[in-house]
Design a protein around this ligand. Structure first.
Ligand SMILES: NC(=O)c1ccc[n+]([C@@H]2O[C@H](COP(=O)([O-])OP(=O)(O)OC[C@H]3O[C@@H](n4cnc5c(N)ncnc54)[C@H](OP(=O)(O)O)[C@@H]3O)[C@@H](O)[C@H]2O)c1
Length: 278
């Protein structure tokens, strides 16, 4: 059995696939957590081609469906490292299976629920880490708790920015709660930088993206650093070169983070029992 059990969400493409491949190369047991069995299976096969004998497998996870998140979490036996990487960006208004605004529901609430459901297993690990792939786009995000569905006014970019702001608020609040509970859990966020992945869909011009943007391997570098560096203390927000970045004022607002935590608990029904009373 591998020494480190890692779960990477959205590991079937882009930054997540590069992250999963490199973790497997370094000897971790890796679960490719992906919503589509065909794409997930292809990712596993591609990792096995590059890293023969890798300890890698696929499990289905749709972050836009809380019943899928619960089913996934119920099947996990061990996890040392959770990389909340999956994300959608700048899409037209939609809702998740549970009726949440699509970008907030997928990028934040799905990962919030997943992390909370896996918390007992993470806390049983000797050195647990949670890495949340955020973005500097969080700076355009605003959280209005009176319009979480963005029914009054929807913008593709502002909705994406809001979900990435939620990723950062969650990262920092998780770290504070871990510390207060005396847990060794480290919670870290990253901004991969503009990276040539399916995130930017330009049809037949897709290969041209690589001329202007970072490669997926480069985009995965901060995730890998956050996941493996002994220098990580928790609560960092790391940029494309793995150096700390300054988050927005809102992202550092502890009252906002605490409120988001409560609201996310209400919406998902996931309680983070071990961190609930601190
Ligand atoms: N690329 C950039 O420039 C950039 C910059 C800053 C931050 N980021 C962040 O980096 C992360 C990875 O994105 P990427 O650039 O690698 O894009 P990508 O290639 O589009 O990868 C996104 C991954 O998320 C998965 N995903 C989407 N919705 C999901 C759901 N409901 N359930 C489970 N998985 C789902 C996708 O699965 P499918 O293949 O099934 O769609 C895919 O595996 C995202 O969180 C993104 O916000 C990217």
């Amino acid at each position: 059995m591998s020494e480190l059990a890692a779960i990477v969400t959205g590991a079937n493409s882009g930054i997540g696939l590069s992250t999963a491949r490199e973790l497997a190369r370094r000897g971790a047991g890796v679960t490719v957590a992906s919503r589509d069995p065909g794409r997930g299976g292809a990712a596993v096969a591609s990792i096995l081609r590059d890293v023969p004998g890798a300890d890698v497998g696929f499990r289905r996870l749709d972050l836009a469906d809380l019943s899928s998140v619960r089913e996934f979490a119920a099947g996990v036996e061990r996890v040392d490292l959770l990389i909340n990487n999956a994300g959608i960006g700048m899409v037209s208004r939609g809702v998740t299976k549970d009726g949440f605004e699509l970008q907030f529901g997928t990028n934040h609430l799905g990962h919030f629920a997943l992390t909370g459901l896996l918390l007992p297993l993470l806390l049983a690990a000797p050195a647990p880490r949670v890495v949340n792939v955020s973005s500097d786009a969080h700076k355009v995000g605003r959280l209005d708790f009176d319009d979480l569905g963005l029914e009054r006014r929807y913008g593709k970019m502002s909705s994406y920015g809001r979900s990435k702001l939620a990723n950062l608020l969650f990262t920092f609040e998780l770290q504070r709660r871990a510390r207060r509970a005396g847990s060794a859990l480290l919670s870290v966020a990253t901004h991969p930088g503009a990276t040539a992945t399916n995130f930017f869909s330009v049809g037949p011009l897709q290969p041209l993206l690589r001329l202007f943007l970072r490669s997926a391997d480069d985009g995965a570098a901060p995730s890998l650093y956050a996941a493996t560096s002994p220098l990580i203390r928790g609560g960092e927000y790391l940029g494309p070169t793995s150096k700390p970045l300054r988050p927005s004022k809102d992202a550092l607002d502890e009252a906002l983070a605490a409120r988001l935590w409560e609201v996310s608990t209400e919406l998902t029904g996931v309680r983070f029992q071990e961190f609930a009373h601190n």
